[in-house]
Design a protein around this ligand. Structure first.
Ligand code: SF4
Length: 451
């Protein structure tokens, strides 16, 4: 997995990434046992060196949009060593569907578009080994979706804070800024036996002596299949005796629709200690996943009552109707509601997303540098706020929410106060480090860089 090609903020020697690269472990799990696999995650382990890259016969790359040029750098290095390179994942798939296949294939020997299957992966490896590959590989529509047990032992836990797995893939809500459906177009739930085996293999991480870190369920839409959640996932998590957390839509959390009930209590009983909820906007509903503001407020109250820590995400320029005043009102609402942790961002028009298609059609994309698609930078024209104003408002949101009084008002009176305080201080430090270094000038200078 490549790191960024352009902006590298070096951590300390002992810095860790939050989560291991789950998709790479799944690819490793799909690889026939006759082949040996090594995973290198530049985001956690630093840039790959020539010695490491000399080991494999084939190099596979999958990364985030923010590593667009980093991926090209790794591919160049590998090809200079005579290694064939294949790339895949959501970013590559999105670019391909937008008509950028030739640009990708100038850097890679082959690309896999959409999801991977064992049959397809065996074919790719076979063809590349023989030096006779197709340029583009794609699973057949009637190939079934496959879950495998990822070999978690290929990942060195010391590089990460949390172990991770996923109990399902895909999401039915279809938010227009999201690209999950490029790889998994329909909800798929992990069978009991695979999830059980995976839980048994999932490493335990200790950051401090005796402090076992919770694991993360990285399902695209945790809880959307109510019965699978109640009958398979929660009993297994409960039986593992481990603490865990997940991202979940408020609809799934509160059990809205389809004769469902709230999952807050059952999740807390099964060891869940933290939920990340996508709120996105308090002024307008954002897509099918998004309920009214009063339901969001009820969800925050219910999760607090069950002893869970709640982190919410808000996209400050998602509707196009935002003003300085409405964004300041959002920040005040966050503090008044006592959201324990908050992630603010600006909307990233990711390749392959419906949002990007619409913005391209309307001529409203304002960057061409994919490495700025991380949520920290304006990527589309906003009818009311300039890029500079949005960058400043994002800075304001973090500084105000993570000010001493902002933290105190949000977390006083909640359970888990020491952990909450610790996490708030980490984000406060990161926000000040990040925004102390970069701002509008950086965006202006890098928005159209091409390598
Ligand atoms: S609910 Fe989440 S995973 Fe589902 S489409 Fe929306 S952003 Fe994507």
């Amino acid at each position: 997995m490549p790191g960024r090609g352009q902006i590298v903020f070096r951590g300390t020697k002992n810095s860790r990434s939050l989560l291991p690269p789950g998709p790479l472990s799944e690819v490793a799990g799909m690889t026939s046992p006759e082949h040996e696999v090594q995973i290198w995650d530049e985001l956690a382990q630093g840039q790959i060196d020539v010695k490491t890259l000399s080991w494999p016969d084939i190099v596979g790359i999958s990364g985030l949009s923010t590593s667009h040029f980093g991926a090209f750098r790794v591919a160049k290095l590998a090809r200079e060593l005579g290694k064939p390179v294949v790339a895949g994942g959501m970013h590559v798939t999105g670019l391909y569907f937008e008509g950028n296949g030739e640009e990708l294939l100038a850097h890679y020997d082959a690309i896999v578009v959409g999801r991977l299957t064992r049959r397809l992966w065996a074919e790719v490896i076979e063809d590349l080994s023989r030096g006779n590959s197709q340029r583009v590989y794609q699973a057949d529509d009637d190939d079934p979706w496959e879950f495998v047990v990822p070999p978690h032992n290929l990942i060195d836990p010391k590089h990460y804070y949390f172990p991770a797995l996923r109990s399902s893939a895909g999401c039915p809500y279809g938010c227009d800024f999201c690209t999950v459906n490029l790889v998994c177009s329909k909800l798929q739930v992990k069978p009991y036996d695979i999830l059980k085996r995976e839980l048994e293999l999932l490493p335990e991480l200790e950051i401090l002596r005796g402090v076992r870190m919770p694991f993360v369920d990285c399902a695209d839409s945790f809880g959307v299949d109510y019965r699978h959640t109640l009958e398979v996932v929660l009993p297994l998590y409960s039986a593992s005796g481990r603490r865990w957390f997940t991202e979940i839509t408020i609809r799934n959390l509160m059990g809205i629709g389809n004769n469902r009930k709230s999952l807050v209590g059952p999740m807390a009983d099964a060891g869940c200690r933290y939920v990340y909820i996508g709120i996105e906007s308090i002024h307008q509903r954002v897509g099918a996943k998004s309920p009214e503001r009063k339901i969001v407020e009820q969800a925050i109250k219910d999760t607090h009552k069950a002893g869970l820590i709640v982190m919410g995400s808000l996209i400050l320029d998602i509707t196009g109707d935002e003003t300085k005043e409405s964004i300041k009102e959002t920040v005040k609402w966050v503090i008044d509601q006592g959201l324990d942790l908050v992630q603010y961002s600006l909307v990233a028009a990711l390749p392959g997303s419906a949002l990007r298609r619409r913005m391209l059609k309307e001529g409203r994309i304002i960057i061409s540098n994919c490495e700025l698609l991380c949520g920290a930078w304006p990527t589309v024209e906003h009818p009311i706020l300039s890029p500079e104003q949005r960058i400043e408002l994002l800075r304001y949101a973090y500084y105000r929410t993570y000010s001493v009084s902002g933290i105190a008002k949000r977390i006083l009176g909640h359970t888990n106060r020491p952990l909450n305080l610790f996490a708030n201080n980490v984000i406060r430090g990161m926000a000040h480090r990040w925004w102390g270094k970069v701002g509008y000038e950086h965006w202006l200078a890098t928005r159209n860089l091409d390598g």
